[in-house]
Design a protein around this ligand. Structure first.
Ligand SMILES: Nc1ncnc2c1ncn2[C@@H]1O[C@H](COP(=O)(O)OP(=O)(O)OP(=O)(O)O)[C@@H](O)[C@H]1O
Ligand SMILES: [Mg+2]
Length: 469
């Protein structure tokens, strides 16, 4: 926008001589002004005032309402608006003053207007009522005094200028406010993100600690139970030899009192059955203990208590299997798990965090099941220098309007207390940390598939600092 003070005036009057008069009043020749100023300076001292030139008006003429509107439109298009217009009230051809002013204001509502009238078809009140713009309209009664015209032009041009500055300032302020609130929103988003990362590291840390604690607690009894079983097994074998010896002695010797007693005892306790069953019990117990030991190992693998959170080469399928063992109780009544594994190379990763991703996806899949038992299919494979993992379920699916929100922290459709809405946002963070990708396809009522892609090797130099517990 033009930053010089706006001294542009539009005169709309059907009498040519009026234009001559206005021109003399508002745009006196510069030399004449200068001459007068010089005389004034010579007579009274002081210097020639430079504003004589600056304050000159620029006067455009139109001889009817329509022509006036055209000029106004052209001026607006060139971004050179008029500060004010003098409009003759009575113009027998075409629009009269009132209609002209209405049309002018439709194009430029900021235009200040002076109505020039000798007599009018409207009373002043009628005119004001019709134009509804008491603050932009002045009346100039003909015949007018030169000084009146000059004063009006000066005052209204100044008023226009002030209004423009005020509105510029307002829009500048509005802009500032908008910038600030944008910055504030960014800050809020960033904080949310940080907060969720914090929760992530805490969640991971506490899970790790929990798993490590459980593993430790179980490890001790498992140790002595399995060692005791070994010993018991040995003892039983010795006892069995003893029994066998008795039996042989019983058969070889002649019947007697003592033998009779032994025989009744043996028949009563069904020694044959005991000899068969005890070894079976011991074998089963050993198996059970073996399974407990495996769970402990899985817990350790899952939480990686031994090697903490380090970038390492790990087998994704092993990670998935230990994770499945950990969440077995969550899945048991909800879904069957189908594994479609293909041979995979080890990948460079933060193994316990990848396990965390798998756990979130599998638990979400289980939670998506309705009353009917569903199926969770876990597949994986390689694709160039990356591996992919898919967790697919035939659960409730995700509504299209929710899909873009599921990775946002705290977005959940689960009842309060059941979901925090952090699972996927944490998983997203972990996958991104691995320079990988996570995506979803879903159909309501059919099911959902999450696909995670991870690079085999973390070639990027920059590896994120790890959370410490
Ligand atoms: N397999 C899925 N099937 C259907 N909806 C899903 C599935 N996975 C995620 N969602 C939707 O995405 C939302 C966000 O999942 P996210 O794991 O981040 O949080 P949550 O499961 O609600 O809570 P949290 O994981 O913190 O316990 C879920 O509330 C659910 O609406
Ligand atoms: Mg979840």
């Amino acid at each position: 926008m033009n930053q010089l003070p706006n001294r542009r005036i539009l005169l709309i009057d059907d009498t040519p001589s009026i234009h001559e008069d206005f021109r003399k009043i508002l745009t006196p020749p510069v030399e004449q002004n200068l001459e007068l100023d010089e005389m004034e300076a010579a007579l009274f001292g002081g210097t020639v005032k430079p504003q004589a030139q600056v304050q000159a008006f620029e006067l455009d003429s139109a001889y009817g309402g329509q022509e006036g509107l055209q000029r106004l439109c052209a001026a607006m298009e060139q971004d050179r608006p008029y500060a004010l217009a003098f409009v003759d009230m009575r113009m027998p051809q075409g629009w009269d003053g009132a209609q002209t002013i209405e049309e002018l204001w439709k194009v430029d509502p900021d235009l200040q207007v002076v109505v020039c009238t000798a007599y009018s078809d409207y009373s002043w009140e009628e005119l004001l009522f019709r134009l509804q713009a008491h603050d932009r309209l002045l009346i100039l009664k003909k015949p007018f005094d030169n000084i009146e015209v000059q004063q009006m032009a000066n005052t209204l041009a100044a008023k226009w200028e002030m209004a423009r500055r005020a509105s510029l300032q307002t829009s500048h302020l509005e802009q500032l406010v908008e910038q600030r609130s944008h910055a504030l929103q960014l800050e809020i988003d960033e904080r949310k993100q940080l907060e969720s990362q914090l929760v992530q590291s805490e969640k991971l840390a506490s899970l790790g600690q929990l798993a490590a604690g459980v593993a430790h607690e179980i490890n001790n009894p498992v140790g002595f139970i399995s060692s005791n079983l070994g010993t018991l097994d040995g003892y039983f074998k010795q006892l069995q030899q003893m029994f066998d010896a008795y039996q042989q002695a019983e058969e070889a010797l002649a019947p007697g009192e003592c033998l009779e007693h032994l025989q009744t005892l043996r028949k009563g306790m069904d020694l044959e059955f005991l000899k068969e069953d005890i070894p079976i019990l011991i074998r089963e117990t050993k198996e059970g203990i073996g399974r407990v030991a495996q769970i402990v190992k899985d817990l350790k693998d899952f939480s990686r208590v031994d090697n903490d959170d380090k970038w390492q080469w790990a087998n994704l399928q092993q990670g998935i299997d230990s994770t499945l063992n950990i969440v077995a109780s969550e899945l048991k009544y909800k879904a069957d798990v189908v594994k479609r594994y293909q041979p995979l190379p080890d990948i460079e990763c933060l193994a316990s965090q990848i396990n965390q991703v798998v756990m979130n996806l599998v638990i979400n899949a289980a939670q998506a099941m309705g009353p009917e038992r569903g199926t969770i299919t876990i597949s994986n494979g390689t694709e160039g220098d990356r591996v992919w993992l898919e967790v697919a379920d035939n659960g409730c699916g995700i509504a299209p309007e929710s899909v873009q929100k599921i990775f946002d922290p705290f977005f959940t459709t689960k009842p309060v207390g059941e979901g925090t809405g952090l699972g996927l946002s944490l998983s997203y963070g972990i996958v991104k940390k691995h320079h990988g990708d996570i995506s979803v396809t879903s159909e309501v009522g059919k099911g959902t598939t999450f696909r995670v892609i991870l690079p085999i090797r973390q070639t990027a130099v920059e590896q994120y600092p790890l959370s410490t517990s």
